[in-house]
Design a protein around this ligand. Structure first.
Ligand code: GLN
Length: 498
């Protein structure tokens, strides 16, 4: 039998923190519950790359000592938070699911991780991802394939597939992911949880291992919007260690007056409807539109003609930045080193052995796009289109408050379906890649399931720094949808069938 926390705690990170504060439950009891769930079910799901139960229990005991001494501050008191393995954690391995970082143990915490600890949260294991966050199914991990807890024969989405699966399976009430082109929102959608990509610069990137620096953002994954908001409040805000960190008054943003759907203008882009979207996904999102209308929102027909250009633009920017960022992994400073007599040969052999196929593909594409003869035609052109995408959104937000649409065009897909065809995999990002290019916040909340129990998400995109207002609108939608937002009792399906 799993150790049982009461259902109302398992459903809500906020309730856990309140119960620990009120001494109704100890942080150790909470940790034991989740450690036991992981021990029992992660053999089937494989959400975690590193999981140190002794360290987790020690963190919980330390919290309990604090509480016993009367120190009960901290928004995440005793709440386990699973961390994507591209975020640095002191004393715990951080590998980006890459062999090139095997055995790397950072001497410091990413700012977002440090803030979780400071808020009384428990750093609860490191979750699997596509290598260096490059992918949309977590199949590009060099170490293991994470299975979707809603159907073990299917992928969890990606690249934050381990974090999304961990929350959906009830291994942790909260998790952190990173979103460069959709990696928080798409796995959230495919696993049936909430995922937020904040405005660029609202959450610190210090200690997030860089993939594409102008796009990378850390974001929360949670069972419900309230918990995602709670985690965002903890991790967000200015950080002097990240030169792209925004300096807005974060507390003021977080306290933004709550808008309601009544009178709200929700933009519905015509171009979204013309992209190849699975009928079940279309139907679920349309139902969501109708609910919003019933609650008094107005649907504003929009045109975002650059929608089809988001993917080519994204893949030029992302590969160019990745080719530069990943130059640092050459066997000298981090991870294993290939044995060669010559220095340059050592770099080459280390990289040839250490990087997987998708990472190599992106380094080659990016190096090509940045090369002297092609820079103007590819990279520079992509930056120009990026600017136009920003302008298009700026114009859209003069006509509507938020854009409502799909998160992912497909349902959660079986293993192997797209991994051999990179272009098919890249098309998963059709609705998620534009917001990062424009630096805008976007989130995905569950909006239904197919008859077979496969989750479907709906996406909201908003103007810069509208994160907390958008979360409040999402919360109202969540209430109207009235779905059961509990974690799964146990993973569904046969792990051996995957
Ligand atoms: N699927 C996208 C990619 O492969 C998004 C990745 C991400 O957001 N980290 O680049």
């Amino acid at each position: 039998m799993d150790a049982k926390l009461p259902a109302e705690l398992v459903r809500s990170a906020r309730a856990i923190a309140d119960a620990v504060r009120a001494r109704k439950v100890t942080a150790r009891e909470v940790a034991d519950h989740y450690v036991e769930r992981v021990t029992r079910h992660d053999g089937a799901v494989k959400a975690f790359l590193h999981f140190d139960a002794a360290d987790i229990r020690a963190q919980a005991d330390a919290i309990d000592r604090r509480v016993a001494a009367g120190e009960t501050a901290g928004a995440l008191l005793g709440v386990p938070v699973a961390i994507k393995d591209n975020l640095c954690t002191t004393g715990q391995p951080t590998t980006c699911a890459s062999k090139i970082l095997a055995g790397y143990v950072p001497p410091y915490d990413a700012t977002v991780v440090a803030r979780i600890r400071a808020a009384g949260g428990i750093v609860f294991g490191k979750t699997n991802l596509d290598e260096f966050a490059m992918g949309a199914s977590t199949e590009n991990s060099s170490f293991q394939k994470t299975r979707n807890p809603n159907d073990l024969a299917r992928v969890p989405g990606g690249s934050s597939g381990g974090s999304a699966a961990a929350v959906a399976a009830g291994f942790a009430p909260l998790a952190l992911g990173s979103d460069t082109g959709g990696s928080v929102r798409q796995p959230a959608s495919l696993c049936g949880v909430v995922g937020l990509r904040p405005t660029y610069g609202l959450a610190s990137r210090y200690g997030l291992i860089a993939f594409a620096s102008s796009l990378d953002q850390v974001g929360p994954l949670a069972l419900n919007v309230e918990d995602a908001t709670l985690l965002m409040e903890v991790i967000g805000g200015h950080d002097a260690r990240d030169s792209t960190s925004r300096t807005d008054d974060f507390a003021k943003l977080a306290r933004a007056p709550a808008p309601t759907l009544a009178g709200m203008r929700l933009g519905v882009p015509a171009e979204y409807k013309s992209e190849g979207v699975e009928p079940a996904v279309r139907a679920a999102v349309e139902k969501c539109e109708q609910l919003a209308v019933k609650a008094g929102a107005r649907l504003v027909p929009l045109s975002l003609p650059l929608t089809p250009y988001a993917i080519p633009t994204y893949y030029l920017v992302v590969t160019s930045e990745a080719s530069s960022n990943l130059a640092r992994f050459e066997g000298v400073r981090y991870g294993p080193r290939a044995h060669e007599k010559e220095l340059v040969a050592m770099y080459g052999a280390t990289r040839a052995q250490g990087f997987g196929d998708e990472v190599k593909r992106r380094i080659m594409l990016g190096t090509f796009a940045l090369s002297a003869g092609y820079f103007d035609a590819y990279y520079k052109k992509a930056l120009q289109v990026r600017r136009k995408i920003m302008d298009e959104f700026a114009d859209a937000f003069t006509k509507c408050d938020f854009v409502l649409g799909f998160t992912a065009p497909t349902l959660v897909f079986p293993f192997g379906e797209k991994v051999s065809d990179p272009v098919q995999m890249y098309l998963c990002d059709i609705f998620t890649a534009a917001a990062p290019l424009a630096g805008l916040p976007a989130l995905s909340i569950p909006c239904g399931k197919t008859a077979a129990g496969l989750p479907i998400g709906v996406q909201l995109q908003g103007p810069a720094c509208s994160d907390f207002r958008m979360l409040r609108v999402a919360r109202e939608l969540e209430r109207l949808l009235a779905l059961d937002l509990s974690p799964l009792e146990s993973p569904v399906g046969d792990a051996h069938g995957a």
